[in-house]
Structure formats: structure tokens, C-alpha cells
Design a protein around this ligand. Structure first.
Ligand SMILES: Nc1nc2c(ncn2[C@@H]2O[C@H](COP(=O)(O)OP(=O)(O)OP(=O)(O)O)[C@@H](O)[C@H]2O)c(=O)[nH]1
Ligand SMILES: [Mg+2]
Length: 351
């Protein structure tokens, strides 16, 4: 699955793809805002919210206020059914946006009313338009508890059913990484990361590379059933980049034995075949020996000495046990994720 096309072929192919990034609800729109700020070529960014004053602050190619009759522009009040209803009532506007889309990224913070309710509808409609759908959703913080966890559980199954690939990013994990920061900045780090992942994936598919990953590779890797995650690491040496990527899984999952991976390496002009190979070997060691691995590599002079590895890992079979005690809500959330993996309902522990 290695494609050595001519530069012209690649550029032409990429130019024909219509790629959308759609943020749903407060958290999702903030990710889109961040992505627009860091700059990304070849995608159209869209922000959808029921909250008028928040939407006004968002920088995106297109902003869509929904449900203003119902919520008077004040948000869905943490009730996913309200968010869902608002989106169902605005299908005309949504369908105009989704026309001819090839690849649609959807971002949302699960746990509120708008993002949780809207994202599954957007995913469903995007697929109806024939688009490949990658959803990136955060799960609530432990301290948010109760109703937000319940809302998140409501959304996880629906979003997964309607997406070709769903990436769950655990806000708690992020907080472990940046716990010295105030919450707003912590969110900023999460949004930055989501933006980098989308940008990384889009560029891996659209920009001419040493070893190109194309749109069909993305399609192929997404056929793997089970839970997916993205690993992401940067360093000036290959081992460091691998260590950082493997050390920072954003979900409590055990990716050993995963059946598919799309691994992309970017580096400065000194990026050698040896370095790329080292990264690929380091990453692949963690996977099932039979795993389908698709890889790509790109030189970007602005990286100078930096090597960045980004891996989409699919077909993950188990949700790893986290050390220490988990709250009841987190237990429920992990159960939901496990159910998604093997399709069998879990027994709920009594409260
Ligand atoms: N990454 C990120 N996550 C956020 C941000 N704000 C909130 N979240 C997370 O997203 C979840 C949902 O919050 P919001 O996105 O504000 O909710 P909403 O979708 O706007 O829903 P309503 O306000 O009820 O209409 C929260 O429980 C947080 O875990 C943000 O700025 N960035
Ligand atoms: Mg909101």
C-alpha cells in the first residue's frame, strides 16, 4: 500500500477532495476555532451551536446557529435530546454544508446538550452524502460527574454507530498531562491537540509526501472494527518520538494487539529513511503481528530537527484497566466503551 505517485498527480488528487471539519456545541466549536487559528489548508471549517453568544466568538469558514426558536440562542442546557431536535429541525442547512463531502471530521465535547445531541445527526447525514466520517469526541472530566457522564454515554453509542471511525479522547488523561494549568488553558491544550491531529491527518492525505498515504488508505484502515485512538509524539530523535507517542495514549485502552494502524512520520530535511524505519518499527512492535500497517512520511523543512509521529490505531480489542479506583461514573463510561468493542452488554455495578 505504498504509493509513489508523481507530485502533480498527488496535488491534483488532493485538490479534488472536499474535506470538512465540523465543530458541534461549545467544546467542538472551540476546537474548530483553534484549528482555524493554527491554519489548515484544503479544509472548510464549520461551527454549529445553539448558543448564539458563544458562536459569535468562533472563527470558522461558516457558522450555523440552530434551534433559536427552541433555545432562544441560549444553548441546550445539558440535554442531548434538545440538541438533537435542534439539528433535526435544521437538516436543510446541514445538507447544503455536506453536499459532495468526501471526508468529514466532527468534533464535540460529549457531556453537554448541544455537542452530544448534534454530532450523531451530523455524522449520520454526512455518511448519507457518501462522506467518510471521523468523529473526535472528548469524554467529561471526572469532576463533572453525574449528568454529564450520563449525557456522554447517551452520545458515545449514537456517534459511534454513525461514524466510520470514532476517536474518544479522555479529558482526564489530558488533565494528567497538564494538571498544573488553569482549566481554560487545559481545554486549550486539548483543543490544540485535536487540531493538530486533524491537521496531521489531513496533511498526511492531501500533501505530497515521500511515501504517500491516500484517501483509500484511510478508508481501508477504518474498516477495522473496535475502538480507535490516535497516538501522537514529537522529539528530535526517533526513539523519543515513539516513546512520547506510546506514553501518551489519550484513552485508557490497551492497544497491544490492535489490528490496524496508519502511521505517519513528518520531519525536517534531514529526515532519513533510517529514522523513519526506526519510528515505524518502534510503533509496530506494540501491535498484533498480523496487523495491517499503512504508513506515510513527509518532509517539511519547517520541522528542522523535529520528528513527529502520528498514528491512528484501529481494531483495539480491549479497554485497559487503569490503576487505582475509578468512580462509579467512570466505571459506567468504560463499560460503554467495552460494549462498543465487543457488542456485549456489561452488567452495571450497583451504586
Ligand atoms: N476540548 C474542549 N472541551 C470542552 C470545552 N468546553 C467544554 N468541554 C467539554 O465538553 C463537554 C460539553 O460541554 P460543552 O461543549 O460546553 O456543551 P455543549 O455541547 O455546548 O452543550 P450545551 O451547552 O448544554 O448546549 C464538557 O463537559 C467538557 O468536558 C473546550 O473549550 N474544549
Ligand atoms: Mg454550550
Amino acid at each position: 500500500m505504498i504509493n509513489f505517485g508523481s507530485l502533480e498527480d498527488l496535488q491534483q488528487g488532493a485538490a479534488e477532495l472536499k474535506i470538512l471539519v465540523i465543530g458541534c456545541g461549545g467544546g467542538g466549536c472551540n476546537s474548530v476555532h483553534r484549528l482555524t487559528s493554527i491554519g489548515i489548508q484544503g479544509v472548510k471549517t464549520i461551527a454549529i451551536n445553539t448558543d448564539k453568544s458563544h458562536l459569535r466568538t468562533i472563527n470558522a469558514d461558516q457558522r450555523l446557529l440552530i434551534g433559536s426558536q427552541v433555545t432562544r440562542g441560549l444553548g441546550a442546557g445539558g440535554i442531548p435530546e434538545v440538541g438533537e431536535g435542534c439539528m433535526e429541525n435544521a437538516l436543510g442547512a446541514l445538507n447544503n454544508i455536506l453536499q459532495d463531502a468526501d471526508l468529514t471530521f466532527i468534533t464535540a465535547g460529549l457531556g453537554g446538550g448541544t455537542g452530544t445531541g448534534v454530532a450523531p445527526v451530523v455524522a449520520r447525514e454526512a455518511r448519507r452524502h457518501g462522506s467518510l466520517v471521523v468523529s473526535m469526541a472528548t469524554t467529561p472530566f471526572q469532576f463533572e460527574r453525574g449528568r454529564r457522564m450520563e449525557a456522554a454515554r447517551w452520545g458515545i453509542g449514537r456517534l459511534n454507530d454513525n461514524s466510520d471511525m470514532m476517536l474518544l479522547l479522555d479529558n482526564n488523561r489530558l488533565m494528567d498531562m497538564v494538571n498544573h494549568l488553569p482549566i481554560e488553558q487545559g481545554f486549550g491544550v486539548m483543543d490544540q491537540l485535536i487540531s493538530e491531529m486533524i491537521k496531521g491527518l489531513v496533511e498526511a492525505v492531501t500533501l505530497p509526501s515521500l511515501v504517500n498515504i491516500d484517501f483509500n488508505d484511510l478508508r481501508t484502515i477504518m474498516r477495522h472494527k473496535g475502538v480507535s485512538t490516535i497516538l501522537y509524539g514529537e522529539s528530535t530523535d526517533p526513539d523519543g518520538a515513539v516513546r512520547e507517542a506510546l506514553g501518551n495514549p489519550l484513552l485508557e485502552i490497551d492497544y497491544e494487539g490492535a489490528t490496524g494502524a496508519l502511521i505517519h512520520v513528518t520531519g525536517g530535511e534531514k529526515l532519513s529513511v533510517r529514522k523513519v524505519t526506526k519510528v515505524l518499527e518502534g510503533m509496530s512492535e506494540q501491535l498484533d503481528p498480523e496487523a495491517q500497517v499503512i504508513f506515510g512520511a513527509r518532509v517539511d523543512p519547517s520541522y528542522k530537527d523535529l520528528i513527529r509521529v502520528m498514528a491512528v490505531i484501529t481494531g483495539i480489542q480491549g479497554v485497559g484497566e487503569k490503576k487505582g479506583r475509578r468512580s462509579h461514573e467512570r466505571e459506567e463510561l468504560v463499560n460503554t466503551i467495552e460494549e462498543l468493542v465487543d457488542g456485549r452488554p456489561r452488567r452495571r455495578s450497583p451504586r
